[in-house]
Design a protein around this ligand. Sequence first.
Ligand code: SAJ
Length: 415
Amino acid sequence: MGFDVISIIGLGYIGLPTAAAFASRRRHVIGVDINADTVSTINHGEIHIVEPELDMLVHAAVTEGYLRATTVIEPADAFLIAVPTPVMEDHRPDMSYIEAASRAVAGVLKVGDLVILESTSPVGTTEKMAATLAGLRPDLTFPQDAGEESDIRIAHCPERVLPGHVIRELVENDRVIGGMTRRCAETATELYQIFVRGECVQTDVRTAEMCKLTENSFRDVNIAFANELSIISDRLDINVWELIRLANRHPRVDILQPGPGVGGHCIAVDPWFVVHSAPEEARLIRMARLVNDDKPNYIIERIRRMAGRFREPVIACFGLTFKADIDDLRESPAMTIVETLAKGGYGRVLAVEPNIDEVPESLAGEVELCDATSALNQADIVALLVDHREFRRIDLLRLHEKVIVDTRGIFQVTR
Ligand code: SAJ
């Protein structure tokens, strides 16, 4: 089965690197996105996201004619859907992007095509997508009805790449290939083996969907354990960083790190898909989400209490991104904390964020973006919210006489 033309639907943090990976192996890739600016940026050989090495790969792919972006879907031999799957206010999954992409794919399907859902999805989503495609294309047969002999093959193949390391992990990580039939899994494996050097491990679609959710729920539960430990340690006057360091010396203990909360659009979102699918059974997973989502409030309350000691407190917040050494502010607990402090009238709020040049819109007029030296010269309270590598170089003597709220343990004098 040759894949002369591969269509990637959704050119975001996953879709664009995946498109570039296929194109760098001399496959003709059509990138489809609803955002015309994104399409135009890519067709100029540039990128709209921050990811090391990706700009070079995309520039080469476009220049050499292997990657072309468009807002209108076109026929292809394989379709990979990598559109967002956000959760709504009540934590229910928003499947509208997947539904829209499915309808678009249905319009151009032909016998022999492969459709892969990469987006992180609640268990059962791929089967619903297959039903949608079958409903729109009664002239074709699908795996749920025709089994191994179906005209169209369908699979769920989630990604597990770490932002900032996407290009390397796309190639090196093992890939879970969930086929609706064995032949679907085999065909999807052939496709990914064009660039994947890790092992392509075959399973069924529901296990593949749940595997991705399991990986991120595992991480969220373990971060919640660390965050709860940090709150207990504060109450018991214990240095939680020393506590975890000592406990992790046990050969079978590996406690993660406390923080100001859990950010990003993965770990903070995916466990809700499990809770949505099994609300009575997913008690620990649900509670971990509540522990992590409440950690910013705990930090805000600590800072508020300390600000009460000063007549006109100056609060310097170090870090705004959702994790260290990236520029992504999406779903950032640090942003939640800074916004609340600024709008709550707790004092004058300064922000130090080496990875952005301008004050985020939601903080404009409320927070002053400045460099570390200026912030330390003015601050009464120093809140370390993100462990950027630049902050690890701050001379601890500069923190003398400051009130410190260190949510990531990098200002610990005991190493
Ligand atoms: N965090 C902590 N303490 C820790 C580890 C993380 O507070 O010990 C926080 C981070 O500060 C951040 C959040 O959790 O706010 C998520 O950080 P992360 O390091 O888990 O990174 P993500 O969300 O960018 O990537 C995760 C990864 N999943 C796992 O490690 C199981 C990545 O492999 C996935 O591909 C990605 O989610 C995704 O796309 O699902």
